[in-house]
Design a protein around this ligand. Structure first.
Ligand code: SF4
Length: 233
């Protein structure tokens, strides 16, 4: 259960950080939770390097949690390793689904097709909840420009009794491009072949010019989120 105090602080942090830069938001999260109480969750996707660069400039030892669902592109795993070296990330932790959950629900490896919500639950939501258990606050890279479901995200909110900081809530695609350009960050290897947003292999497709960047995720289904950001409000 979320304590009334945590709700009050999320609202207060959100109000105080409305105009803060991403680095200032991460510094505030660090001050609020301490390095032992704070984690950044990254998919090592097409825009991830920008947030990881800002975090590394604040403190490269903040724990970074990466969910390897078992369905990641090889290119994403290689990109993770490249960014660890490029940015000097000191504490990247790869977390995986529980083997008993996979055996019970997805022994044939086709749950993504028949029941993607359960697949996301056992491969993403539950492992992440377990990995986040020791932390009181976390950082993620969602942006308001990513579509209707993210258009109103606050800078700071509560989720499952924890503070959740969204340092990129207010940023624009151009600002992200600027971070990549000024720091000479390597692009995700799949961007060049038309992937604007990269998640699990079976649920990711290329996007056409002018399409919403996340249109290639779960294409043809009503699903737009994996559940990581919708579990606790
Ligand atoms: S994105 Fe697709 S493959 Fe990945 S966990 Fe969700 S349903 Fe399964």
């Amino acid at each position: 259960m979320l304590s009334p105090g945590a709700v009050a602080s999320a609202v207060q942090y959100d109000q105080a950080l409305q105009s803060a830069s991403p680095a200032e938001v991460i510094a505030a999260a660090l001050e609020a939770a301490g390095r032992d109480g704070l984690a950044l969750v990254s998919s090592f996707g097409t825009e991830s390097a920008a947030l990881l660069k800002v975090m590394a400039d604040v403190d490269p030892a903040i724990p970074v949690l990466f969910l390897d669902t078992g369905w990641m592109f090889e290119e994403t795993l290689a990109y993770r390793d490249q960014l660890i070296l490029t940015l000097g990330l000191r504490d990247v932790r790869t977390i995986r689904p529980a083997t008993d959950a996979l055996a019970a629900h997805d022994s044939d490896g086709d749950l993504w097709s028949s029941d993607p919500d359960t697949c996301c639950r056992i491969r993403k939501v539950e492992p992440l909840a377990q990995a986040l258990a020791p932390f009181s606050a976390w950082i993620n890279g969602r942006k308001r420009f990513q579509g209707a479901s993210r258009a109103a995200i606050p800078v700071v909110e509560t989720d499952g009794g924890k503070l959740k900081f969204n340092p990129f809530a207010n940023v624009t695609p151009d600002e992200i491009g600027l971070i990549y350009a000024s720091a000479k960050l390597p692009p995700h290897p799949l961007v060049a072949s038309g992937f604007a947003s990269v998640g699990c292999m079976p649920c990711t497709s290329r996007t056409a010019h002018g399409e919403d960047p996340r249109a290639g995720r779960w294409r043809g289904r009503a699903k737009t989120e994996c559940g990581i950001h919708t579990s606790a409000g």
